[in-house]
Ligand binder design. Structure first.
Ligand code: APR
Ligand code: ZN
Length: 265
């Protein structure tokens, strides 16, 4: 029976419902021996970085086959670089970790978390203090020359994009690219192998902010479930794996996850 005078949470739940979810999540965290957190763009939405799908997602405005595919990057790298200059560069440089990123780092500090597997390329888990970070899709704060592989930081690139698009290598004039996995490219094998190992060994996987529609990353939570782990999905929208999760929380991560971790102290 809903507590009718409880102020509604922004997503239409009641405080009582939110408290219930925080308690259930806290119990699963406390009972677990080896936790893996799996994150997507939703955890960084609270840091001001746009998601790809769902309300206001990037792919509702830009064509991923152009902006995020290796085939198009090779054909016309200035398309990627002008998009990066308009949309992503400032976001990535300015973004700070959300309370949920910090809570993931707290789980590692408490020696409860064995890895955070992320699809995100924003580097915010590192910025929050996490060290066991498996970046399946790379990291867009790192760049390199496609010819001589000279490394470039996001600060180096920030200087060059003011006067030059696409960004060319200062050493050999080759085209500079982000150290991310573009559509049509393979995931880094060492990272995906380690992610599979962590997935098989964990007894609790927490998904935070992913639509779980991009493979092979989206295989991992299901694999965790098949390997006997409990599965929690914290995601505003429904996902294809909701039906197999032990706990679904359709709210902003910041409403429940930091609170459930803080109760562990
Ligand atoms: N808290 C929890 N969930 C949220 C929040 C939030 N504050 N904000 C948004 N979400 C949810 C949305 O409901 C959405 O389902 O986060 C999800 C983000 O989904 P996507 O934008 O599809 O991001 P992701 O799952 O990480 O995409 C996977 O697709 O284009 C590729 O390489 C890109 O790594 C990316 C991959
Ligand atoms: Zn070069």
């Amino acid at each position: 029976m809903a507590n009718l005078d409880a102020p509604d949470s922004p997503l239409g739940g009641t405080d009582e419902a939110v408290d219930g979810e925080i308690t259930a999540l806290n119990k699963l965290l406390d009972d677990a021996e080896r936790i893996v957190v799996f994150t997507g763009a939703g955890i960084s939405a609270e840091s001001g970085i746009a998601t790809y799908r769902g309300a206001g997602g990037m792919w509702t405005k830009y064509d991923p086959d152009k902006y995020a595919s290796i085939e198009y990057f090779r054909k016309d790298p200035s398309y990627y670089w002008s998009f990066f200059k308009e949309e992503r560069h400032v976001m990535m440089v300015k973004a700070v970790p959300s309370a949920s990123h910090r809570a993931v780092a707290d789980l590692e500090k408490q020696d409860r978390l064995s890895a955070v597997i992320t699809q995100n390329i924003d580097g915010l888990h590192h910025k929050a203090g996490s060290t066991r970070v498996l970046e399946l899709h790379g990291n867009t704060t790192r760049f390199y020359c496609t010819d001589c592989r000279a490394p470039y930081s996001i600060e180096d690139v920030a200087k060059i994009i003011e006067t030059q698009l696409p960004v060319l290598c200062t050493k050999c004039k080759g085209v500079v690219r982000p150290d991310v996995v573009l559509y049509g490219e393979m995931l880094p094998t060492d990272v995906i192998d380690e992610a599979h190992r962590e997935t098989q060994l964990c007894d609790l996987m927490i998904v935070i902010g992913s639509s779980l529609v991009v493979y092979p990353a989206a295989n991992l939570p299901y694999q965790a479930k098949l390997s006997g782990a409990k599965l929690v999905i914290i995601n505003i929208d429904t996902t294809p794996l909701d039906s197999v999760a032990n706990l679904n929380i359709h709210r902003s991560a910041g409403e429940v996850f930091p609170q459930a971790v803080a109760l562990l102290e």
